[in-house]
Design a protein around this ligand. Structure first.
Ligand SMILES: NC(=O)c1ccc[n+]([C@@H]2O[C@H](COP(=O)([O-])OP(=O)(O)OC[C@H]3O[C@@H](n4cnc5c(N)ncnc54)[C@H](OP(=O)(O)O)[C@@H]3O)[C@@H](O)[C@H]2O)c1
Length: 257
């Protein structure tokens, strides 16, 4: 398959680590001009990507990012809303305060709504655009003791993405969701270390607990590049009839057909 994104401008939020970093690298390898955002600029930030510092939980961040992209490039073709995190403690409903719920919904749901709202008018004018919202298998397969508020926010992201795809399809804009299962990233490693600490076990034991809870037929975590490969296909013209869909990349973990 010959994917080329030459001449296209792509935004990847959270494009400095883990899945976002792999997506940014893949998209620029196939020709896109890539803008990445994060709260901290990494020391090894490649000059191939235009970097914007932004904390996406701040309501004004989306407008600032959109303004900078449109001033610099005059267009936006691809948005990959990747930044996200499970910011709450484990333990189920009684461990979760209003603040935990608020934090998870800000970064995993509202920040995406704001980025899309700020950039969609340009896509509509261009009559061209692709949006990928990165969700999680845990939105369909919540683990109550570990992911209750995070899973809820990502499930809302899935529903919002379907509604948005229905709204903007006639304007030549496609919207899809990619739902990873368990992926070897800094976020996943922190999550496992937190479980080890709170349950007073080793990191190896906590790793096994997560793998057993999720149940991955392929028997391993994904590499970030394995998520990036699907994103590159979905944003390309090879996928020009695909919209309103949610793709799992989870080694077979989702136990439904
Ligand atoms: N890893 C997995 O197993 C897994 C599974 C399913 C779904 N996902 C989803 O995949 C996405 C990426 O996860 P990952 O594991 O690659 O995460 P990661 O390794 O923690 O990387 C997250 C990226 O987002 C940025 N970020 C975090 N909070 C931010 C904020 N408030 N404002 C702006 N940028 C922020 C981080 O940079 P800074 O810290 O510098 O801001 C970093 O670039 C997330 O949406 C996650 O929910 C991951």
């Amino acid at each position: 398959m010959n994917i080329s994104l030459k001449g296209q401008v792509a935004l990847v939020t959270g494009g400095t680590k883990g899945i976002g970093k792999a997506i940014a690298s893949k998209l620029s390898n196939v020709g896109a001009q890539v803008v990445v955002t994060a709260r901290h600029e990494p020391k090894d930030q490649t000059s191939e990507h235009h970097f914007i510092t932004a904390d996406l939980v701040q309501p004004e961040a989306a407008e600032i990012i959109a303004k900078e992209i449109l001033e610099k490039y005059g267009r936006i073709d691809i948005i990959v809303n990747n930044a996200g995190a499970n910011l709450s403690p484990g333990g189920g409903f009684s461990s979760l305060s209003d603040e935990h719920w608020h934090n998870d919904w800000q970064i995993n749901f509202l920040s995406v709504v704001r980025i899309n709202k700020a950039l969609l008018p340009s896509m509509i004018t261009q009559k061209h655009g692709v949006i990928i919202n990165i969700s999680t298998g845990a939105a369909k397969q919540p683990i109550w003791e570990l992911t209750m508020s995070y899973s809820s926010a990502k499930a809302a992201l899935n529903v919002y993405s379907k509604a948005l795809a229905n709204e903007v399809g006639s304007k030549e804009i496609r919207v899809n969701v990619v739902s990873p299962g368990v992926v070897k990233t800094p976020l996943m490693m922190e999550f496992i270390e937190d479980i080890a600490k709170s349950s007073n076990t080793s990191v190896d034991e906590a790793f096994k607990t997560v793998m057993n809870k999720v149940g991955v037929p392929l028997g391993r975590m994904a590499e970030p590049e394995e998520i990036a490969n699907l994103v590159a296909f979905l944003v390309s013209s090879e996928a020009k009839y695909i919209t309103g869909t949610n793709y799992s990349v989870d080694g077979g973990a989702l136990p439904i057909v």
